[in-house]
Design a protein around this ligand. Structure first.
Ligand code: TRP
Ligand code: SF4
Length: 328
């Protein structure tokens, strides 16, 4: 039997997870457990780099993120689930890699420039923020991951990780495999205002929202703006509610709405109630598991402790080879 390819991925605990995070990343992580040896990490140090002046919520969000992950189906019996800051080897490898990474590689990183602009209200000229992708490289290389499931926005970081691995292997005759990006094909998931769902747009439905909140958010969601009256025909192709149907509803419902919206046979409120039913159906098991986990904090502690122990044992082995290669 050949070993399963190993993957590592992480998320910053910088807020509660929403349906966009679920459809875009988490559901994919759950599926990958069937085929890969998975390491899933809460990237709390990365969250410090972007929120260094407000670290007080990171611990809370870390906890909530773990609950969301486990409720959504990450399975500690199959995957190694851990918190970055509990495995200090990440910091050690980050330091060692920083010795060989040319600063211009970091300065020309498009994500760095974009984020600098987006976070213009904070001083993002810090050393740690420039080194964000070096820390990410350390996360990946520490576990000698073969593949890294990420979205489009993370591709520059993955490319940099490959370059850093190559440089290390060249300078020290080291043995880092060059990890490949496993690009997640995510359907577009609109928020309640029709823009991409995002916690910063205030248009998100969270995994931790109770059912009435979810229904209320959907009830007031924007629709085809040209459909002003109940008797006006609509165009599902320009309606964000229809995008949600395409992701969550059964085919029969999608086909029915595609017809009845255009003839005004169905009204938007009824249409939105149908999508709410589909979403509630899909997330009910996750909400139930979420409630059970929240009521049993000791079980979460145990998962993290065991995950961290396993992660750390792998990380230590890698670091030993790194020290060897560097004659340290
Ligand atoms: N930078 C990633 C993000 O913001 C989070 C992350 C940290 C990560 N370390 C990682 C992703 C390692 C993949 C692999 O989404
Ligand atoms: Fe959108 Fe549904 Fe209204 Fe059509 S009926 S405009 S798909 S909400």
């Amino acid at each position: 039997m050949t070993a399963r390819p190993r993957i590592l991925s992480g998320m910053q605990p910088s807020g509660r997870l929403h349906l966009g995070n679920y459809v875009g990343a988490l559901a994919n992580w759950v599926r990958l457990q069937e085929t890969h040896a998975c390491f899933y990490m809460v990237a709390d140090w990365h969250a410090v780099s972007t929120n260094y002046a407000e670290t007080d919520r990171i611990k809370l969000y870390t906890r909530e993120m773990l609950i969301d992950w486990l409720a959504a189906g990450l399975d500690p019996a199959r995957s190694t689930i851990f918190i970055q800051s509990k495995v200090p080897e990440h910091a050690v490898l980050h330091l060692l890699l920083s010795m060989i990474v040319p600063v211009p590689w970091l300065e020309r990183n498009p994500t760095y420039k974009e984020q600098q602009e987006q976070l213009a209200n904070r001083d993002m000229t810090t050393y740690g923020f420039l080194g964000y992708p070096v820390l990410q490289s350390a996360d990946i290389l520490l576990y000698r991951a073969d593949e890294v499931p990420v979205g489009q926005d993370q591709l520059p970081h993955l490319e940099l990780t490959r370059e850093i691995a190559r440089r290390f292997n060249h300078v020290y005759r080291g043995v880092f495999p060059e990890p490949k990006a496993l690009l997640t094909e995510a359907p577009k998931l609109p928020g309640t205002d029709g823009r991409k769902m995002s916690k910063s747009y205030n248009n998100a439905i969270f995994l931790s929202d109770p059912e009435p909140t979810v229904r209320e958010k959907l009830r007031t969601m924007v629709t085809d703006p040209a459909r002003k009256r109940r008797s006006d025909p609509g165009n599902p192709e320009v309606c964000p509610v229809f995008d949600l149907h395409k992701i969550f509803s059964p085919t029969s419902t999608i086909e029915r709405i595609n017809v009845e919206c255009r003839t005004a046979a169905i009204g938007c409120l009824d249409c939105k109630a149908l999508v709410a039913d589909a979403i509630v159906d899909r997330f009910k098991p996750i909400w139930e598991k979420r409630a059970a986990l929240a009521a049993d904090p000791a079980s979460i502690d145990r998962v993290v402790r065991e995950g961290t122990e396993h992660a750390q044992s792998v990380a230590r082995e890698t670091l030993a080879s790194v020290n060897d290669a560097m004659h340290l």
